[in-house]
Design a protein around this ligand. Sequence first.
Ligand SMILES: [Zn+2]
Length: 383
Amino acid sequence: MSGPGDVLDLIRERRAFTRGDVLEITGMSRMTVATRIDALLEAGLIIESGTEKVAAGRPSRRLEFNTGHAFVIAANVDTTHTTVALTDLAGRVAAEERIEVAVADGPDVTLNAIADRAKHLLADGRIGREDVAAIALSIPGPVDPDTDRPSQPPIMPGWDAYPIPDHLKAALDVPVLVSNDADAAALGEQRVAHPGSRALCFIKVSSGIGTGIVLGGKAYRGTDGGAGDIGHVKIAGHGDLLCQCGARGCLAAAASGRAVARALVDLGKPTASASDVGVYLADGDPDAARLTQAAGRVIGEVVATMVSLLNPSEVVLGGVLASPPLLAGVRETLYPRSLPRATRHLSISQSTLGEKATAVGLAAMVVEREYSASAVNAALARS
Ligand SMILES: [Zn+2]
């Protein structure tokens, strides 16, 4: 145990709830534990609340990570628009603004608009730069885990390897974190809805199709940030369909919100985007329901492979197409195509958090990096 940051880790990860827990887990002296906890309390990194009943001895006050210690600016870049939110360290939104920039407008336009909105959120004077732990950005494409730059994103023209962290750091002078959007949403789902889950897959079905994987409580990004990018897996029987990425026969070309929208147009129903499909689904439109269920069946074929590979306890469906018909379609093909052992304890559900999941996941990623044991030890040593 090298410093207060290591004690914070125990409290943050809910392995220790009281001073007694810290004593027991670390084996440190009572005096050292008291010094470390006092340092954390003084820095506002933890709070003491209520009393925790203990089996023997005096009741002990409960220690908690202070999610109000700093703010996160969470920017969710979507295909057609971007939202910029000010959140606490648990991802609870205090203020939010929507910007009408499309990812196809390119990185300069999008990032300048985000920086402007962020400055606007900070402009009322109550919050200074020093109160912001980081600006965290989610993008609809893979992110290189070493550089935090987009890694050959299939549907983001002009963004490949663009130095997002440098651009935002120059504009806002706060730490920058970049994540794939499905990775962030997957982590948000795990933290809030399935905290005990050891393996969770989040399937986002909106304009495109993406997947986030959370293993052991951490987003699994893969060697090049490409883990879970199932939208461009080639599937049999759809080789004639042209995908946004330029290839033919991709899962996204056959079963994304964009594909369902096109099928609805063919039926004479005006549908401009995946969001419009979501509106039809909410209204109970039978054509939208039938086509979405059919898309779910195709997605289930690919997800069956993921399930056999990872044996998750949860598959969570999100994005604007997440609905009972999509869930039904996925179940229809996933179960027969998976090994019984891989699905014995599997729950397939629709996201209950919706768009909130991304901000929660981004805040969790910021906390993991900015409040790690080494970061906290270094910060407290400086102060
Ligand atoms: Zn494709």
